[in-house]
Design a protein around this ligand. Structure first.
Ligand code: ZN
Length: 144
């Protein structure tokens, strides 16, 4: 069913182009053979170069958010501040990307004064916020 929904929505997005008086060179989907092959190649290179590792993670989990909550995200009574329901203690195996290995280079790129292109747009408009985000994410990944 998720595939059917994605197929339906892809056609809706394609149909939007003339409505928006817009055009595109191509329409890519994550299910395209070329896209899947390229993603597989990149992820294999990341893996082969040792930038990912498999580890167990344990923490307080909100089933409605479908997310683990950090210490600052837990409301009184060990509840989810969004859904106001009790959090459950969960443990699962995941792959972790070693973002800290790229922290210095990413910060250099984000703070480069004459940079003319980079996406997403938020990164381009708020480089200092983006660079602190890299620091926070690296620290967070190192702690887990
Ligand atoms: Zn929640």
């Amino acid at each position: 069913m998720p595939q059917e929904l994605a197929d339906t929505n892809a056609e809706r997005f394609k149909a939007l182009m003339p409505v928006l008086n817009s055009s595109n060179d191509f329409f890519i989907r994550t299910t395209d053979e070329q896209h899947m092959a390229k993603v597989q190649e990149v992820l294999q290179r990341v893996h082969d170069n040792g930038f990912v590792h498999r580890a167990s993670t344990e923490g307080w989990y909100c089933p409605r958010c479908a997310d683990f909550k950090g210490e600052t995200e837990i409301a009184d009574g060990n509840t989810c501040p969004i859904h106001e329901i009790p959090l459950t203690r969960e443990q699962e195996e995941n792959w972790f990307f070693q973002l800290s290995a790229f922290q210095e280079r990413l910060e250099e790129l984000l703070l480069e004064p004459n940079r003319t292109s980079f996406s997403p747009m938020r990164v381009a408009t708020r480089p200092s916020a983006s660079s602190s985000w890299v620091s926070r994410m690296s620290a967070s990944a190192a702690a887990s």
